[in-house]
Design a protein around this ligand. Structure first.
Ligand SMILES: Nc1nc2c(ncn2[C@@H]2O[C@H](COP(=O)(O)OP(=O)(O)OP(=O)(O)O)[C@@H](O)[C@H]2O)c(=O)[nH]1
Length: 401
């Protein structure tokens, strides 16, 4: 069967050309990094379409256009591919490095097209540039290969490795001993494999990209759903999830602190909601700075916060609670030009051996907090003895005697 590689190249261009406007139009619905990477991906497809058209016209148009310009356009598209994916993966984009690799590769190709024409050298240089781009993607994508890794990233990994395999196949046919060395549009097995894969790549890589894009968007939505918008700490939903996770992990020591700003309503009444909000963000910064890695801080609601301390026993939790109380009491805040004292009441509770109900632990911390308020505020308290003795935290009505 005769395969006309110029036609294959033009088909690849057509696919990229049709996909690009669809993706570019979709960018309007998104924001942030996702939008930027989708835009770059759409532009990459346009560049690829142009590059493939110019390559496909090899021999019919001047080499300046079909070799020098086409390779410049394709090199820019490869740099764009790496940039879009690195943005999506959340790793430093390294724009200058990507541009420098593309420029160096393109200058090398132009040299061996114009000054010292050598087709094999051009392919070597293009392969080398692509190899560096590939390495810059394989490194952040390496986690995908592990058990439980991202499926979307695995798809992209496969697409990239298949592209690399195509280039290696083509390189084999250009090995120094191989005579005659085939040109781009000569239908050798290596060229055919690479051209056909190259023509399918806009679709395959775009599917991989969109899967990754969707995964990143889902992760962002999940992050937003678990974050308190004012303070940036975890919200109640996330706190419940974290507590359940710690309980599932086994019977290890766990302490919780329930924190509440004293007389917060007065601060709001005097300085307005904005003043109260400033107090809450300052409080979170102060408390957060004193927690260890692995501790969890979240906002239960209003001016009430919960701290989860995995591995902490009662003594450690009490010491930390006291340190937090002192640190917050020592904050020198000014609201509307007036000094504003802030104090905290804290309730401390620890997980009992074999306790498997996270809500019971939180209820005990809440009862301890209530005790701290009752005893005069700006203090740390533990749950009243009956909260442990009856095993029901005193929140339910007592059973009949
Ligand atoms: N600024 C601000 N205020 C909030 C927010 N959420 C709840 N509040 C206010 O927090 C105040 C809580 O008041 P109370 O529950 O009476 O508690 P308190 O005044 O701190 O009194 P004690 O806890 O008994 O010391 C109310 O005025 C709520 O309107 C918020 O996101 N920002």
């Amino acid at each position: 069967m005769h395969i006309d590689l110029a036609t294959v190249a033009l088909l690849g261009a057509l696919q990229a050309l049709l996909l690009a406007p669809l993706l570019l139009a979709a960018t309007r619905a998104y924001g942030g990094v996702a939008r930027a990477s989708l835009r770059i991906w759409g532009s990459v497809l346009l560049l690829q379409a142009l590059g493939w058209v110019l390559l496909g016209l090899r021999g019919r148009i001047s080499d300046w256009i079909s070799v020098v310009l086409a390779n410049g356009v394709l090199m820019a598209s490869y740099a764009g591919t790496a940039l879009a994916l690195r943005l999506l993966l959340g790793v430093p984009p390294r724009r200058s490095l990507l541009a420098a690799i593309g420029l160096a590769g393109w200058l090398g190709i132009a040299w061996f097209a114009v000054v010292a024409p050598d087709y094999a050298m051009r392919v070597y240089i293009a392969t080398l540039s692509l190899g560096v781009y590939l390495a810059m993607l394989l490194w952040p994508l390496r986690h995908a290969a592990r058990r439980g890794g991202s499926i979307a990233q695995r798809v992209m990994l496969l697409v990239l490795l298949a592209a690399a395999a195509g280039w290696l196949l083509r390189l084999r046919e250009l090995a120094p001993g191989a005579v005659p060395r085939p040109g781009l549009l000569v239908a050798t097995p290596g060229n055919v494999a690479q051209m056909i894969y190259g023509a399918l790549e806009p679709v395959l890589a775009s599917i991989g990209f969109l899967l990754m894009y969707n995964e990143a968007a889902q992760a962002e939505l999940r992050r937003l759903a678990r974050t308190d918008p004012l303070t940036g700490t975890l919200n109640r939903l996330a706190l419940d999830e974290e507590l359940a996770r710690l309980f599932r992990a086994g019977p290890a020591a766990l302490a919780v602190l329930m924190l509440d700003v004293d007389h917060f309503k007065r601060i709001n009444d005097r300085h307005g909601h904005a003043g109260g909000d400033r107090v809450l963000t300052a409080l979170v910064a102060c408390v957060g700075a004193r927690l260890r890695a692995g501790d969890v801080l979240g906002r239960v609601g209003g001016e009430e916060f919960l701290v989860l301390l995995p591995g902490a026993d009662l003594a450690a939790a009490l010491a930390l609670a006291e340190a937090l109380r002192g640190a917050v009491a020592g904050l020198h805040m000014a609201l509307d030009g007036e000094p504003q004292a802030i104090t905290l009441s804290l309730g401390v509770a620890v997980r009992q051996p074999h306790e498997d109900d996270p809500a019971a632990l939180v209820r005990r911390a809440d009862r301890a907090l209530y005790a701290a308020k009752r005893e005069g505020r700006n203090r740390v308290a533990v749950p009243p003895p009956e909260a442990l003795a009856d095993g029901r935290d005193g929140t339910e009505p007592s059973p009949p005697p």
